[in-house]
Design a protein around this ligand. Structure first.
Ligand code: NAD
Length: 507
């Protein structure tokens, strides 16, 4: 073990000690509480399966209390000026930056993401709050729509209390991405963090408290999706649900919210293609292909988990890729040298490793990896970065979201074939196109079914741009003003110029 890793583990243990000493509870109406339920569950670290602490299992009563608090605080928060909300949200950004090291270490231990990527978590989270803070004063803006004898104008009002339900893969960043625009729009929030990685949601709520958010504006309830998540989506006080999660969960939430007719934004799974043409910039495409599936342990909704490579460069590209994949450094998430850390949970480790056999049974070849690294690295959820070749798009390894450091490579000949393969999936979140032919890039961008396409780039995030997917990858967009459209209701006001004749009845 390197000296730096030993030091990082010691620092992380310092930050984690309090979670071991006290049961992790909820934050409801400005109070830290264990709620109404005595039962707890253990939260473990995927680095070695040791227990980080106990988490209270939220109950329906806890959810009701959080929703009531969010409801009671809604009018006051909505009435606060955008400028005042902007000030508080910037203060929240300051609080996150102050605790950046703690957030990075806690997140890395809780969900197994390598520290090299998590170091940016708080900074990006703060940037999300600052971006939407600056937009808060203009959130209510609308349009003026002229008619000859009337003028229409639109205004936006916050929709009310909203539920934000987040997954375990990059829990901190994703939570800030959803909660920041909701608060900037003037909505109050009940946040339900993922049960597999709940720790940084508590740090986040502490930062909100320190920033001076009024009581009830931000509430957080820990527990399971089947109880807390379900109750939250069914609660009539909640007006909209923003979910980041699995497509199966998205379907359940659509059914759960039907009775109370809620607005939904569903950011779900993906099986995103990266399409590399013969004329692509070879080295840049290679870097991007490796980065977009093996960074963040492949536990990333926008990961390019299907490589579609044109026949002219296939052999050269795959042999260079094999070398890079075999070179990836797998290890403890706090090791600064680690490029791929342990998978979040044993259940997820079992799922990812099951595809090693599935690939062989389906007739694909394991070019690199395809093994567990537990013998080598200890009891954490370590797997080797894996590359499947000689695959067909109909195979499960090309159709199902594995959500690990596992890439399936498929050959194509023509642009038309590339489009057909890219679209032959139930998903449609993201796509990546590598070519030096602008016309080809434009045609592909037009035809590939996805909410987001990157040309000659890995996933580059732009906060004003829309984010979201099509098909089973989700419904709705956020980012920039799209977020305000989701968290706000648009009202049209039509004013007559007193020129038109009003229809007369019964005179
Ligand atoms: P998950 O769907 O299992 O859980 C997500 C959240 O939903 C958790 O907080 C969970 O407790 C909650 N939940 C589960 N059942 C619920 C129910 N019936 N009602 C209400 N809430 C419920 O997802 P996960 O395994 O935590 O995360 C991985 C998934 O998230 C992957 O499919 C990944 O692609 C997706 N994801 C999508 C995006 C995106 O932007 N499209 C981003 C990150 C992750």
């Amino acid at each position: 073990m390197s000296e730096q890793l030993q030091q990082n583990i010691a620092t992380a243990q310092g930050y984690l000690a309090r979670f071991k000493e006290r049961t992790l509870g909820h934050y409801i109406n400005g109070e830290w509480t264990l709620g109404s339920e005595d039962q707890t569950f253990e939260n473990t670290t995927p680095t070695d399966q040791s227990v980080l602490g106990n988490v209270v299992q939220g109950s329906v009563a806890d959810v009701d209390a959080a929703c009531a608090a969010a409801h009671a605080a809604a009018d006051g928060w909505a009435a606060m000026s955008g400028a005042a909300r902007k000030k508080i949200l910037h203060k929240l950004g300051d609080e996150l930056e102050k605790r950046a090291e703690e957030i990075a270490m806690v997140e890395s231990m809780d969900c197994g993401q390598p520290l090299r990527f998590m170091r940016q978590a708080a900074i990006r989270g703060a940037a999300n709050f600052r971006f939407f803070a600056d937009k808060a004063p203009e959130a209510r803006n609308g349009l003026s729509l002229h008619q000859d004898q009337h003028t229409n104008y639109t205004v936006r009002n916050p929709i009310g209390p909203v539920a934000v339900i987040t997954p375990w893969n990059t829990p901190f960043m994703l939570s800030t991405w959803k909660i920041a625009p909701a608060l900037a729009a003037g909505c109050t929030v009940v946040h339900k963090p993922a049960e597999l990685s709940p720790l940084t949601a508590t740090v986040l709520a502490e930062c909100a408290e320190a920033a001076g958010l009024p009581k009830g504006v931000w509430n957080m309830v820990n527990g399971f999706g089947s109880i807390v998540g379900k109750a939250l989506t069914e609660n009539p006080k909640i007006k909209a649900v923003a979910l980041v999660g699995d497509s199966a969960t998205g379907k359940k939430i659509q059914a759960q919210t039907a009775n109370t007719l809620k607005r939904l934004h569903l950011e779900l799974g993906g099986k995103n293609p990266v399409i590399v043409f013969d004329d692509a910039d070879f080295e840049r495409a290679l870097d991007a292909v490796v980065f977009m599936i093996y960074s963040l342990n492949g536990q990333r909704c926008t990961s390019s988990s299907r490589l579609l490579v044109q026949s002219g460069i296939k052999d050269k590209f795959l042999s260079a890729l094999k070398v890079r994949v075999a070179n990836l450094k797998v290890g403890h998430s706090l090791d600064p040298a680690t490029e791929v850390g342990p998978l979040v949970h044993t259940g997820h480790y079992d799922k990812v490793t099951s595809y090693f056999d599935i690939a062989k049974q389906e007739g694909a070849r394991v070019a690199v990896g395809g093994v567990s690294l537990r013998d080598e690295l200890g009891p954490g959820n370590y797997v080797s970065p894996t590359l499947f070749v000689e695959a067909a798009n109909s195979m499960r390894i090309a159709q199902e979201e594995i959500f690990g450091p596992v890439l399936t490579a498929i050959e194509f000949e023509t642009e038309e074939q590339a489009i057909a393969l890219a679209n032959d999936t139930i998903y449609g979140l993201a796509g990546y196109i590598w070519t030096s032919n602008t016309g080809c890039a434009m045609r592909m961008a037009d035809k590939v079914e996805a909410g987001m396409l990157w040309v000659n780039s890995e996933n580059n995030r732009n906060l004003p741009s829309p984010f979201g997917g099509v098909k089973m990858s989700g419904i709705g967009r956020d980012g920039g003003d799209w977020s305000f459209d989701f968290y706000m209701e648009t009202k049209n006001v039509c004013i007559a110029h007193d020129l038109h004749s009003v229809p007369v009845l019964g005179r």
